[in-house]
Ligand binder design. Sequence first.
Ligand code: ZN
Length: 212
Amino acid sequence: MSVNFHELIEGFHNFKESYLLKEHEFFDRLAHGQNPKTLVIACCDSRADPAILMGCRPGDLFVVRSIAALVPGAQDAGDPDAVLAAVEYGVKHLDVDHIIVMGHSNCGGIQGALFPHKIADEKWISRWVMLAHPVAEEIRREEPSGETELLARRTEEGAVLLSLENLLSYAWLREKVESGALSLHALYYDMKAKTMNIWNAEREDFEPIVPV
Ligand SMILES: [Zn+2]
């Protein structure tokens, strides 16, 4: 299933032969600078690589990865904060038109937010996933059945919306959204169903993206 370090090195040689050298004009242009129009905030999960899932080429996406694709709001941002530094760069320097927050099914980070006692000894993880704890608690109240899979699904989806909400707690970002220069989107990758779901604000639900 997984590749070892030696295979990764081999992988670069294959990439060089198959793409870098064959499509050298494209890569020569990229060598001079990047101009991505979209910033994606995705989970660190090895199965949820946004560039692979959305068929992107180098230069297409400015990618920020954090556990459970969480973004701290202005109240909770660290000092320094890697996620916010990347978002600020994407918004102020790259002037991206879109920000996507992409969550996914079977997310270990969200499990941590739902069951914090299991990671109580893991300082950095527990402090990070606590960002999603309010969502997890809210979902627990709304789903008294406490069915684990349902709780996970709804918390995974809710955490994506929380990250979008937290992005809006930064005035420099919110102003761009309000002026129409920047759009925010919520995606949820369902590995079992093999669908990419997008938040429909009118229907207040995630719906599978259908080919156009
Ligand atoms: Zn995850």
